[in-house]
Design a protein around this ligand. Structure first.
Ligand SMILES: C=CC1=C(C)c2cc3[nH]c(cc4nc(cc5[nH]c(cc1n2)c(C)c5CCC(=O)O)C(CCC(=O)O)=C4C)c(C)c3C=C
Ligand SMILES: [Fe+2]
Ligand SMILES: [Fe+2]
Length: 342
């Protein structure tokens, strides 16, 4: 059977024009897996509050990171596609969950090559309904609509894959060589209620103390547990003593409680605890994007320095680094060798 690979990431606006950013935010935040509230409230919130007020602010932020080629997230994902194509004999396409190139265009490009089975790699190491789950659902829904006979096989989250851990650490050699006082692992946040919503037992995650540190089947879907595991594995592999590293969650939106501690608060607090030199990782993102370049690289750095910090080193994402391409290639060869079931 003819097989092909689809890489799916989050997506960016088409340009930094406010109208394009507004269109992108509307599509993104109308997703019930992102704003998981009553549909009438969601529509009111998106159309009456977020689209008018957030779009101009986000457009300014996007201007800070935009390059001559466009959005970093999109151009990096295209480079990854090219590098994978050089190594594989089966077609490789890209589709974004929101915006362009759309998920559907990626699928149609594979269908045009005669592909009958798609191997989907959601470009997220961790499971969250607002990232991994919605990417899989979008691909499945699109296939049901335009090509119901096509089979779909999905790469599971790889947050604890030793090869992913090594690939992330390889990006940190220069930063860690600065002998930091503290290392912060900052993950994209999600609302606490979404951790509870994806708990299949309905009674475990965030409902008891240390839930994420004790073994439990719910952890196949627990973003918080998976982030903690990635951070612990990175810290252990880097030989960091326990008191020299911590985890935080960034990019919250709205007033509901999100996973804590919040990165911006931690960055202001660390200098008051004697931390002058720090290194910050963002292991939830495989490609540099608005949330790493602007939020951590610019805003976060300013917050830390203003609070009395002296040195701040942001570890670049995996981007198009060879160990990451090696890992993606391994995912595909494992799939082709039949090590993943449909
Ligand atoms: C790591 C995976 C991501 C999760 C989980 C996630 C959850 C999540 N995000 C928002 C709201 C926004 N996120 C925005 C940007 C953005 N988010 C991710 C990844 C995850 N989001 C990425 C890679 C990016 C950058 C995209 C780019 O073009 O570079 C934005 C847009 C920018 C802004 O206005 O801040 C919003 C909005 C929610 C509400 C959420 C979970 C519920
Ligand atoms: Fe996000
Ligand atoms: Fe948990």
């Amino acid at each position: 059977m003819s097989k092909g690979v689809l890489l799916v990431n989050l997506g960016s606006p088409d340009s930094t024009e406010t109208a394009d950013v507004r269109r992108y935010l509307r599509e993104f935040l109308s997703d019930p897996r992102v704003l998981d509230i009553n549909p009438i409230q969601r529509s009111a919130l998106v159309n009456l509050i977020i689209a008018p007020t957030r779009a101009p602010k986000s457009a300014e932020a996007y201007k800070e990171v935009w390059t001559a080629e466009g959005s970093p997230l999109i151009t990096i994902t295209y480079r990854v596609r090219e590098l994978l194509r050089e190594r594989l004999e089966i077609p490789v396409e890209v589709g974004m969950r929101y915006g362009n190139p759309s998920t559907e265009s990626g699928i149609r490009a594979l269908l045009a090559r005669g592909v009958k089975e798609i191997f989907l790699i959601p470009l997220y190491p961790h499971y969250a309904m607002s990232s991994y789950e919605t990417a899989v659902a979008k691909v499945q829904d699109t296939l049901d609509r335009i090509a119901p006979d096509i089979r779909l096989v999905v790469q599971p989250p790889f947050y604890n894959d030793p090869q992913y851990i090594d690939a992330v650490l390889e990006r940190a050699n220069d930063a860690l060589a600065t002998d930091p006082d503290h290392v912060l692992f900052s993950f994209h946040g999600i609302p606490e209620r979404q951790v509870k919503a994806t708990d299949p037992s309905g009674c475990y995650c965030l409902r008891m103390e240390k839930c994420c540190e004790t073994r439990h089947p719910a952890h196949s879907f627990c973003y918080r547990h998976q982030c903690f595991t990635t951070a612990r594995m990175l810290a252990e592999k880097a030989g960091l003593p326990r008191e020299k590293w911590s985890v935080s969650f960034q990019s919250r939106l709205g007033r509901d409680p999100w996973l804590k501690p919040y990165t911006d608060f931690v960055l202001e607090e660390l200098p008051t605890q004697g931390v002058k030199r720090m290194v910050i990782f963002s292991p939830a993102f495989v490609a540099d994007c608005l949330e790493t370049i602007e939020e951590l690289g610019m805003e976060g750095k300013e917050e830390f320095l203003k609070a009395g910090g002296k040195e701040y080193h942001l570890v670049p994402c995996l981007n198009d680094a060879t160990p990451w391409i090696d890992l993606l290639e391994r995912f595909v060869t494992d799939y082709l060798d039949g090590q993943l079931s449909v």
